[in-house]
Design a protein around this ligand. Structure first.
Ligand code: GDP
Length: 366
């Protein structure tokens, strides 16, 4: 039927015909023409050693990739960077969500860069980020001052895999950052679950951020985490919260008396500060540098790093075995069945596990 608009008597609304739509894809562009050429391992190492942050970021992305080609290139880069790593202070910073980690790291970072110069990398271990589909730690938007500082490098937590896998990637990233000349490394972790133990296993100083709350904060804090802390700092010591913070500090100091002397020979200290107002931050960093001098003098600094290297060798073996087991096609096929027989009460968990392990190891022999 003829549209009424086309009749000469039509006096209604006119619809102007628009311009034709441009294609979404420009047909003149050759595919992949602008895709970045992938750098070889040697080119990456060269860039990292020159301190090129873009190349460093690319190498960290390789570390985080699950693609086997990327993984082998990443391992080559790490191995070549290894001789240039190690020359840094690594500080772990832990605290429950809301304790003020990002506010404090922003302030701490600016403070150490101003006082000591050098370069700072902020990394994170956040195993929950896989669930939340996005990292909650080490995010640039949470550290505004530091993110704009020319000597800082902020990298959120790798998000794929188990805690062991996430932590391994962070540890490997430390090596690359050090090779790129970053002589201060912060490893942020959220103080829940096992992630603080993983963080402790890659740092020289483990700092626990606490907040003074209702007066019973000691009950809420796990014994294990106090034991591994080299310093406990109570944040938000400002406004009308000062008395409460000082009381909490006394409680922590008293509680620490009940722990055996740490292997380092260093007695952990408890300090109050305000990350928001920047008060007490200098004292925290004076303490950390005093600790470093102390443990370098008594040999514990190197001892701890050696122990950590050993630990990471075993962790890598464990992680590799675990992945290899679960990715084995025969195991994959039988896993669901084994699960069912456990749920149906036909096999105990241990027998089902043993059967699968036998199948795996017998398969390897064949
Ligand atoms: P995170 O989850 O541990 O990273 O904690 P944030 O740094 O995001 O801080 C959580 C909240 O505590 C924010 O609203 C901050 O503004 C506040 N906060 C952090 N540090 C201080 C402090 O020193 N004093 C006060 N009063 N508030 C603070």
């Amino acid at each position: 039927m003829e549209h009424p608009e086309n009749s000469s008597e039509y006096a209604g609304l006119q619809v102007n015909s628009g311009v034709s739509q441009q294609p979404v894809i420009n047909p003149y562009l050759k595919r992949n023409r602008f895709r970045r050429r992938e750098l070889s391992a040697a080119e990456m190492v060269e860039g990292i050693l020159k301190g090129d942050v873009t190349i460093l970021s690319q190498a960290v992305t390789l570390i985080e990739s699950v693609n086997p080609d990327h993984q082998s290139r990443a391992q080559e880069v790490i191995n070549k960077c290894l001789p240039y790593s190690g020359n840094s202070i690594r500080v772990g910073i832990s605290g429950v969500p809301g304790a003020g980690k990002s506010t404090s790291i922003d302030e701490f970072g600016i403070h150490v860069l101003k006082e000591k110069g050098g370069k700072l990398a902020v990394l994170a271990i956040d195993p929950s980020s896989e669930r939340t589909k996005g990292s909650i730690l080490g995010d640039k938007t949470r550290m505004e001052k530091l993110a704009q500082h020319p000597s800082s490098f902020i990298r959120p937590s790798p998000s794929a895999g188990s805690l062991g896998g996430v932590a391994r990637k962070t540890r490997e990233t430390i090596i690359l950052c050090e090779a790129a000349g970053f002589d201060k490394i912060f490893v942020e972790t959220v103080g829940v679950g096992q992630s603080e133990t993983a963080c402790h296993s890659m740092v020289d100083f483990f700092l626990l951020i606490q907040v003074a709350g209702t007066g019973d904060e000691l009950q809420g804090i796990k014994r294990g985490i106090m034991e591994i802390s080299d310093g406990i700092v109570i944040n938000k010591c400002d406004g009308d919260n000062v008395d409460r913070c000082q009381m909490a500090a006394t409680n922590f100091r008293n509680a620490l008396h009940f722990f055996p002397m740490p292997e380092s020979g260093w007695t952990p200290r408890v300090l109050c500060y305000s990350g928001f107002y920047g008060t007490g931050v200098k004292e925290i960093w004076d303490m950390i540098y005093e600790y470093v001098d102390f443990v370098k003098a008594n040999g514990y600094f190197d001892h701890r790093r050696n122990e950590q290297s050993k630990y990471w060798m075993y962790e890598s073996i464990n992680e590799h075995l675990r992945l290899n087991f679960y990715n084995n096609p025969a195991i994959k096929a039988r896993l669901a069945l084994a699960e069912q027989s456990v749920l149906a009460g036909q096999k105990t968990s241990f027998v089902a596990a043993q059967d699968l392990l036998d199948q795996y190891f017998n398969g390897l022999k064949e």
